[in-house]
Design a protein around this ligand. Structure first.
Ligand code: NDP
Ligand code: BG6
Length: 516
């Protein structure tokens, strides 16, 4: 089915999806984990759903030795694994049609002649298909080589700044920079080669349906907005918990840690969507303007205040479900005396009218008891009269929990009378689940984001000032952590909810983590 046919088939209940014009997707870092596990399966899904023109091509670019055929074989296996777990149907013919449009180009990330030959290859593909030669360049390498790739694209004449036919766009993975200074340098370098309108800084959390639904929940329902402030909300918790460890990504992770890997990007996006004011329109600029305002209103945590607001942890070996999990320091390519945090919990404030003195507690970690991303809004206590006093009370306050993943959905915890002659009250959940209501799991975030980038829609991507505002908050925290780095990282056994100091952080304010 063509992209056009798919658009026409859209039924009234679905949002219309638009397939882009033919383009070549060049993936730098094609030998890596992201390409194999997420990007190529996502692009294949788009093709199967008729949202990718049959004249679009994929060129994988990396330093590793490979051939077109070898690359296709590797992708076939990884895509099959992905599709098996998504329970989607894909026949051999669909795969072989798709694979015939996939190519591999070996090259280094800083060699002009490799980029010159890449250009020839892209032009040859466009000429063979008689298409304009539009390009999306996707930086899926280690972040250390983002900058040289951008420079080489510019030098090789592949960036086409200011040209709309054929167009060129660049998608840059996270983390964007290591701190405020390096993010500014990268922004500057990208800005010299590409216009902002051509630049798509990706954070796959923004492609998750449940994350997009935060704005819908807040602004497509009239009941929440009136109570969405310090008048009614006691505090907010955001947890991004992962059960897996660092795996094969030791080299990258040891130089990053949870603050750079998750807090600066995924968690800052969740926070700004929960805390933002209603945008004036549903446009990329209007939405991103409001998100930047939240990040700019974050109360700084200067290095000397880090010990009282931030807890970092690192997992040690443990036996989880009968399986021995090695300590973080035993992971391949991780320094044996590493102080990199695999867990972080912190308390922050958004210093504006709506959120004055409402604490936001953020918590993320690897090797925690289960995979779960959740935002919970904790409302203020019921006044201590009537039910909320002995012998019936104390009553637990209402909690609105947004389950980002897995078991995607939303629940509201509220009090209910237990049937019977006595007055007994019990908290229960009103629950909405995506799987029950829509009969399928939400699509993979990368499908939506790749499609948006190819269509030139930047709404779900991060603007340069947004990146810098997030770093402005996170950089001093990282600096503060490195002051007393050894004592500052507390151990926790793999399979537990982080160091006990994280519990003490929130308990000191008379609260507890929403789930443990
Ligand atoms: P990998 O470590 O698998 O690296 C990707 C490729 O980059 C490698 O295959 C290698 O290709 C090249 N590379 C690796 N290290 C270096 C280096 N030091 N110098 C030059 N090239 C190097 O990374 P991922 O695929 O996991 O991640 C890529 C990007 O995507 C990162 O920015 C990451 O933060 C982001 N990301 C990853 C996710 C994931 O699930 N993996 C999820 C979300 C974002 P070769 O040597 O063949 O050139
Ligand atoms: C990536 C991080 O951005 O997000 C990984 O680099 C992390 O460390 C991953 O595991 C989590 O993504 P998801 O979609 O599984 O929550």
């Amino acid at each position: 089915m063509t992209a056009k046919a798919a658009q026409q088939r859209t039924t009234s209940g679905e949002s219309p999806q638009v397939g882009p014009e033919p383009f070549t997707l060049v993936v730098f870092g094609a030998s890596g984990d992201l390409t194999r596990r997420k990007l190529l399966p996502a692009i294949f899904q788009l093709r199967c759903r008729g949202l990718l023109s049959e004249k679009s091509s994929i060129v994988g670019y990396a330093r590793s030795d490979n051939t077109d055929e070898g690359f296709r074989r590797q992708l076939r296996d990884s895509t099959r694994d992905f599709l098996a777990c998504r329970d989607r149907l894909a026949d051999e013919k669909s795969w072989s049609d798709f694979a015939s449009r996939v190519f591999y180009h070996r090259g280094s990330y800083d060699n002009p002649s490799d980029f010159a030959s890449l250009r020839q290859r892209i032009e040859a593909l466009a000429a063979a298909d008689n298409v304009a030669g539009n390009c999306v360049y996707y930086l899926a390498t280690a972040p250390a080589v983002f900058l040289p790739i951008v420079e080489q694209l510019g030098r090789a004449g592949l960036a086409r700044k200011g040209r709309s036919v054929p167009w060129a766009r660049i998608v840059i993975e996270k983390p964007f920079g290591r701190d405020l200074q390096s993010a500014r340098e990268l922004n500057e370098c990208v800005g010299q080669v590409f216009d902002e309108g051509q630049t798509f800084r990706i954070d796959h959390y923004l492609g998750k349906e449940t994350v997009q639904n935060i704005m819908v929940l807040r602004f497509a329902n009239s009941i929440f907005e009136h109570i969405w402030s310090h008048d009614y909300i006691d505090h907010v918790q955001i947890t991004v918990a992962e059960s897996l460890g660092v795996g094969a990504r030791g080299e990258y992770y040891d130089g990053a840690g949870a603050l750079r890997d998750i807090v600066q990007n995924h968690m800052m996006h969740l926070l700004s969507l929960v805390a933002m004011e209603p945008p004036v329109a549903l446009t990329a600029e209007a939405i991103r303007n409001e998100k930047v305002k939240v990040l700019s209103a974050l109360r700084p945590i200067p290095p000397q205040c880090v010990p009282s607001s931030v807890v970092r942890g690192q997992y040690t070996s443990s036996v989880v479900d009968g399986v021995e999990v090695p300590a973080y320091q035993q992971t391949a390519n991780v320094a044996k005396d590493s102080h990199t945090e695999t867990f972080v919990a912190l308390r922050l404030y958004v210093d504006n009218w709506r959120w004055t003195e409402v604490p936001f507690y953020l918590r993320t970690g690897k090797c925690l008891p289960r995979r779960c991303t959740e935002i919970s809004i904790h409302f203020k206590d019921v006044p201590q009269v009537l039910f909320n006093r002995p012998p019936i009370g104390p009553l637990a306050p209402n909690v609105l929990a947004i389950r980002v993943q897995p078991d995607e959905g939303i629940s509201l915890e509220f009090q209910v009378k237990v049937p019977g002659p006595a007055m007994a009250i019990k908290p229960l959940n009103m629950d909405f689940g995506y799987a029950d209501s829509f009969e399928s799991a939400p699509p993979e975030a990368y499908e939506r984001l790749l499609l948006d980038a190819a269509n030139g829609d930047a709404t779900l991507f991060t603007r340069s000032d947004e990146i810098e505002a997030a770093w402005k908050f996170v950089s001093p925290v990282i600096e503060g952590c490195s002051v007393g780095s050894v004592e500052g990282v507390f151990e926790y056994p793999a399979g537990t909810w982080g160091p006990t100091q994280a519990d003490e952080l929130i308990q000191a304010d008379g609260k507890t983590w929403h789930f443990d």
